[in-house]
Design a protein around this ligand. Structure first.
Ligand SMILES: [Zn+2]
Length: 264
């Protein structure tokens, strides 16, 4: 389908396409759950098929429908009644919501295409970092060339902006890692470079700003309420991912406003 054809379908059938994007997001979220469960362990994404982690019973297709199966089964395995993690429906709903928001914001466009690649990657990375305190190279390393190529292919931002973004994102974290001696990991560096590749350096700076504000505020609340001690590491990946997602939607505009002296 060409972009022009896609646009004419979008004009004729706007609500229908939002529903299609939402269903696609749910299916993609379901796939991300497989990525989240298997990538940190280095497992294959296709083999074996989905099974209950408790009793190894293979999942029938009707027990593997995004969100719906979780609700019908009341969050338990059909065979052994083991609790299914809330992560599954949450990841599916967030992925679907992110793509619907992107479609409503950008319409059928290069921005939407970029969003369809970047946002699901950020959802998977956030879940993996929260669960395993690591950001997988299997996502960030290919993400750097993919981000650059998608910008070259669509012309959404110039390739120079994207390359500078990679250097700024990676470089800033390199400085932080050297200065903090272990407070920040190499995973954050690669994620910073990947965000720079997708967003370009201007929106990347907005992403970093949002990440630092959100991370700092969350850290302060966790310290103040005693839920984390001063020595406990708080993963920074989820904040970077949130900043990256916000920068995809508003980064270029925020940067212009910033450079214009907050004037307009
Ligand atoms: Zn089971």
């Amino acid at each position: 389908m060409t972009v022009a054809q896609f646009e004419s379908v979008a004009d004729a059938w706007p609500i229908g396409l939002v529903v299609v994007v939402g269903l696609f997001g749910l299916a993609l979220g379901s796939f991300l759950n497989v990525v989240i469960a298997r990538v940190p362990a280095g497992g294959s994404l296709v083999h074996p098929g989905s099974a209950c982690p408790g009793c190894r019973a293979p999942l029938a297709w009707y027990d593997n429908i995004p969100v719906l199966s979780f609700v019908v089964l009341r969050g338990r395995c059909r065979a052994c009644a083991m609790r299914i993690s809330w992560r599954y429906p949450i990841v599916e709903v967030i992925t679907a919501a992110a793509l619907v928001l992107a479609y409503v914001a950008f319409g059928p466009s290069a921005e939407f295409l970029v969003a369809c690649v970047l946002l699901p990657a950020l959802v998977a990375m956030t879940a993996i970092d929260l669960q395993h305190q690591m950001i997988p190279d299997a996502i960030t390393l290919p993400g750097i060339p993919v981000g650059l190529l998608i910008n070259v292919a669509t012309g959404r931002i110039s390739w120079i902006d994207s390359v500078i973004g990679i250097l700024v994102g990676g470089g800033l974290f390199l400085v932080i890692i050297l200065a903090s001696r272990g407070g920040m990991g190499g995973g954050d560096l690669k994620l910073g470079a990947m965000l720079g590749a997708f967003l370009g350096w201007k929106a990347l700076l907005c992403a970093l700003f949002v990440a630092i504000v959100l991370g700092g505020a969350t850290g302060a609340v966790l310290l103040a309420t005693g839920r984390r001690g001063r020595k406990d590491p708080i993963p920074f990946g989820p904040f970077l991912a949130a900043g990256g997602a916000m920068a995809l939607f508003w980064g270029e505009r925020a940067f212009g406003w910033w450079m214009g002296g907050f004037g307009g």
